[in-house]
Structures are given as structure tokens and as C-alpha cells.
Design a protein around this ligand. Structure first.
Ligand SMILES: *Cc1c(COP(=O)(O)O)cnc(C)c1O
Ligand code: SF4
Length: 341
């Protein structure tokens, strides 16, 4: 029998990923938040607390909500003029054609919505295209979800074709975890569906160097060979990648696979994710440790998506401060300060 994606507590127990005595608590988590572990990811898990298991296996800690945590941690609702669209910045818009993912990351910032709805209907999708078509200020469309690479190549092609035909849309950016968690889905047909005369970028979500398996690397290579620029997105996660050596290995591996690390996201205030969140001070110290020691290509921007919908803001360390009205004081990568006029 072909291995299937694991979704229920009983399946996780049967696969040996969760001990039988924890089945009851895991069932409660499964009722609250969607769970999915692809066979590819299941094969990488060495235990509930290893960096892969921690990201994908449900944990009773998810049932604890801290007072500062929210159902809508980055304020998407305020900027959702119609179903499937989030329009926060003037020049770009998020298009969410579906709310389904191949896996459900336990720290997901959209965990209250993903895994609960399906895909936009043909009529809803047409309305979303209409919204974008009528707004010449929209320069870029970010196709997200859920995970758009779960759509069939035929449906992906329709989306690319519709968007590329709008004269003001210059860039189409897909955000996906499929190349890492279900690499065999990146077929020749899927890659071909992304072809357009406009720039098509693919941003790949990866958090730990062990996710970059041989299969994941070849999935990325298929995209890169088709001329698609690849970006990396990483979430800073306690117990997964919150040490300089892991981040260094991850970013070096991504760059060597032709994936440019774009953002390192500070973990959002999604409900039941406190066990993953570092402090901003810890994040800044990690970024500082990479600067100067690791190639500039391997340095993503450390960003916080402000609660309330105020947008993404770089929150990395600052190396320049005013000394007096005439002079700046600039810290070099070794931590030594220099005067600059
Ligand atoms: C993250 C996000 C974007 C993309 O932001 P970039 O800084 O361009 O990567 C666009 N719209 C919304 C609503 C977002 O949350
Ligand atoms: S792939 Fe993205 S949207 Fe889906 S569960 Fe993970 S973080 Fe959330």
C-alpha cells in the first residue's frame, strides 16, 4: 500500500511517531488544529523533540494559549477586502487560492484558518482576479495559502496565465513548503505551469538543514533549471533552529542550492505556539553572530510581522548610532566601534 499522509492521533501512534500513552492529549490537539505529516516528512522524524518532529508532530503544549496570543496574529482580517485576498501594502497583494497545506506546521501563523477551509470556488477566484485587474497600483501578486503547490498544474497554469495577462502585474511570487515536505509533487508539469513572460519567483519555507534532503534539493533544482529565482523563508523556532550553527548550516545549504535566504521571521503570536517563540533579543544575537562570519548571500532579513496588521519590520541588530551632531559611531562585525563623519 502506498504510504499516506498521517492526520489522526491513531495513525501517528501506529507509525511509532507518538507513544501510545500520549494518544489522548494528541487527540485533543487534533480536534483544535489541523495535523498532517507527509510520508516524506515522517521518514525524517527521529523523535518528538528532534527539529523535524517538533515542527510537525502535535504537542499538548499547543492547548495552552498565552494572553498575548491571537487568532489573527498579523492582522490579516483588517486587510481582506474579499475572500482569498489580503491587501495590506499599496503595490502588492496576497492571493490565497486555497487553505490546505501538505503538512501543518505546529507554529503556523494561519493555524486558525488553514486546514479548515478548502479552495476558492471558480466564482470566488474570478472575483479575486477582478479585484487585482481593477487596481493598476498592484505590481506584485503573492500567491500563498495554504500551499498553492497543492493545486493541480492545470489550475496553477490558469492562475499564472490570468495574472501574467494583467499589464500592471510585473511579478508573481509563490510561497510554498511543497519542495521540502512533498518534493515529488514538483513535477515537470508543475514546473511548466509556472512559465510566463512575467517574472515568477518561488519562496520556499525551510527551517532546518535536515529538511534539505536529496529529494528536496532535486525539486529545487528542477525549479531553478526552469529559470525561476528561488527565495528562502525561515521561521526562528525554539528547539528547532535557535542556534547560530544550525542557522549557518541552513542558510549555507540553501544558497548552495540556489535559494537566496530572504526573510528570517520572528515567530508570530499565534495561539498555542509559546513553546516555539524566542525573544527578540535572542533573535538579534543570532543575527549578530552570523554577520561577518558567513557570506552576505546567507544573511536573510530578520523581520517581525507586527500584530494588528501594521506590516513586516526588520528587527535585526543595528550597527550605527549617532555619536554627536557631526559623527556616527559604527560597530564593525567584530564588535569594535568606529567614528564616521
Ligand atoms: C508578508 C506579506 C506581504 C509580502 O511582504 P514582502 O515584504 O514584500 O515580502 C505582502 N502582503 C501581505 C499581506 C503580507 O503579509
Ligand atoms: S506550510 Fe505555511 S501555511 Fe501551511 S501550516 Fe506551514 S506555516 Fe502554515
Amino acid at each position: 500500500m502506498k504510504p499516506r499522509t498521517l492526520r489522526r492521533a491513531s495513525e501517528l501512534v501506529a507509525a511509532g511517531l507518538v507513544p501510545p500513552e500520549r494518544r489522548g492529549e494528541i487527540e485533543r490537539v487534533v480536534r483544535r488544529f489541523a495535523v498532517a505529516v507527509t510520508p516524506h516528512v515522517a521518514g525524517l522524524i527521529e523523535g518528538a523533540s528532534d527539529p523535524i518532529g517538533r515542527q510537525f508532530l502535535p504537542d499538548a503544549a499547543e492547548l495552552r494559549t498565552a494572553p498575548e496570543e491571537r487568532a489573527d496574529p498579523i492582522g490579516d482580517d483588517r486587510f481582506a477586502p474579499l475572500k482569498g485576498i489580503v491587501h495590506r501594502y499599496p503595490d502588492r497583494v496576497l492571493l490565497k487560492p486555497l487553505l490546505v497545506c501538505p503538512v501543518y506546521c505546529r507554529f503556523c501563523f494561519r493555524r486558525e484558518t488553514v486546514g479548515k477551509g478548502g479552495a476558492l470556488t471558480a466564482r470566488e477566484l474570478a472575483a479575486a482576479f477582478g479585484y487585482i485587474r481593477r487596481r493598476p497600483a498592484i505590481w506584485e501578486v503573492i500567491v500563498s495559502g495554504g500551499d498553492p503547490f497543492l493545486l493541480s498544474p492545470r489550475r496553477l497554469k490558469t492562475i499564472v496565465r490570468e495574472l501574467a495577462a494583467m499589464p500592471h502585474v510585473q511579478v508573481i511570487r509563490f510561497h510554498t513548503r511543497v519542495p521540502v515536505v512533498e518534493p515529488r509533487r514538483v513535477t515537470t508539469a508543475l514546473v511548466a505551469a509556472l512559465a510566463a513572460d512575467k517574472a515568477v519567483y518561488v519562496a520556499i519555507h525551510a527551517n532546518h538543514p535536515r529538511e534539505l534532503t536529496v529529494a528536496a534539493r532535486s525539486a529545487c533544482a528542477r525549479l531553478a533549471k526552469a529559470g525561476i529565482p528561488l527565495l528562502g523563508q525561515t521561521v526562528l523556532l525554539k528547539g528547532v533552529n535557535d542556534d547560530a550553527a544550525t542557522l549557518e548550516a541552513l542558510f549555507r545549504a540553501l544558497v548552495a542550492m540556489r535559494v537566496k535566504p530572504y526573510y528570517l521571521h520572528h515567530a508570530d503570536l499565534a495561539r498555542g505556539t509559546g513553546h516555539f517563540r524566542t525573544t527578540l533579543a535572542e533573535g538579534r544575537a543570532l543575527i549578530r553572530a552570523l554577520r561577518g562570519r558567513v557570506s552576505g548571500l546567507c544573511q536573510p532579513t530578520y523581520v517581525l510581522d507586527l500584530p494588528g496588521g501594521h506590516g513586516k519590520v526588520p528587527v535585526g541588530p543595528c550597527y550605527a548610532r549617532t555619536h554627536d551632531t557631526e559623527t556616527w559611531e559604527i560597530e564593525d562585525p567584530a564588535g569594535v566601534c568606529h567614528r564616521y563623519p
